[in-house]
Write a protein that binds this ligand. Structure first.
Ligand code: NAD
Length: 282
């Protein structure tokens, strides 16, 4: 049974609060991995043009036999190549993603990185507004945007992004950014929600809490996100972990345990795992 609650985005679209991320899953494996996730009960899939597994993801979606309206598919514009991202280029990239996914619409389309040094994300966003108006994306949003980038979008365009997908986990909790999202009506989606399965899941504070709840460290961390209202997209290619990461609705962390996990991130502003959006431009 799928117990994943839905978050209502700022345009009324419903988004499952927990989904399956497919970064670093090779295209040839994506069909099996996404198929296992759909079989386990996930209904939201997070891919991107640069992950180069939209085709495998699309095959799994088609093979699942699930009704399109039961699924929530996210992909992202790879505004990577140093070219001018005019309207035509953005629309062509979007068409290409839809074709690979074998879909006539996605549920969420994101600008993958702000690349502020190029000064072109507002122009890209204007084409995203057009894509949203066409209905070929039920909602549009951004990824890795900083408060200043969100302020520019607000000042220079009409549409508020539905989602900002950013690195976020107990060791990099981004409280200021979450407050900005709340103020602007933007849903917070956490990438690398498990801290990529590294240090975070081995911290004594986390493993002791997991033992106390009779759950895994990953499940405890996912509960922390859900109770903060974050959308999460944990990734695994191991069927048992794929199921485990979805099985997080039968328990709740106490307020004291939430506070203990919050405390892990205090003073860790520099502890991101991934690139800094202020500098990232490849
Ligand atoms: P994650 O935090 O989801 O960690 C995934 C890793 O954690 C796995 O590879 C595995 O090693 C481990 N793991 C998973 N489940 C586990 C479990 N139950 N127990 C123990 N270990 C477990 O990291 P991620 O893959 O970087 O992020 C998730 C998704 O976020 C990606 O697949 C992608 O869809 C998205 N993402 C987006 C961006 C972006 O720029 N927008 C960047 C990175 C990731």
């Amino acid at each position: 049974m799928n117990q994943v609650p839905a978050i209502k985005l700022n345009n009324g679209t419903l988004m499952p609060q927990l989904g399956y991320g497919v970064w670093q899953v090779p295209d040839a494996e994506a069909e099996r991995a996404v198929g296992a996730a759909l079989e386990a009960g996930y209904r939201s899939i997070d891919t991107a043009a640069i992950y180069r597994n939209e085709a495998g993801t699309g095959k799994a979606v088609a093979a699942s036999g699930l009704a399109r309206e039961e699924l929530f598919v996210t992909t992202k514009l790879w505004n990577g190549p140093k070219q001018k991202w005019g309207r035509d280029q953005v629309l062509r990239a979007f068409d290409d993603s839809l074709a690979k996914l074998r879909l006539d619409h996605v549920d969420l389309y994101l600008i993958h990185w702000p690349r502020p040094m190029r000064d072109d994300f507002v122009a890209i966003w204007k084409t995203f507004e057009e894509i949203a108006a066409s209905g070929r994306a039920k909602a549009v949003g951004v990824s890795n945007f900083r408060p200043a980038d969100l302020a520019r979008i607000a000042a220079e365009s009409e549409l508020v992004p539905a989602v900002n997908q950013v690195e976020l986990h107990p060791l990099f909790p981004q409280p200021e950014l979450r407050a900005v999202h709340a103020e602007r009506g933007i849903a917070t989606e956490a990438w690398s929600p498990l801290g990529q399965g590294k240090e975070l899941l081995t911290l004594p504070a986390v493993t002791a809490m997991a033992a106390a709840y009779g759950r895994s460290a990953a499940q405890v961390v996912l509960r922390w996100h859900l109770q903060h209202g974050n959308v999460v997209i944990p990734k695994s290619v191991t069927p048992a972990r794929i199921r485990e990461n979805l099985d997080v609705f039968g328990f709740e962390l106490s307020a004291a345990d939430m506070a203990a996990l919050d405390a892990l991130g205090a003073g860790t502003a520099g502890r991101r795992i991934g690139p800094d959006p202020a500098e990232f431009d490849v």
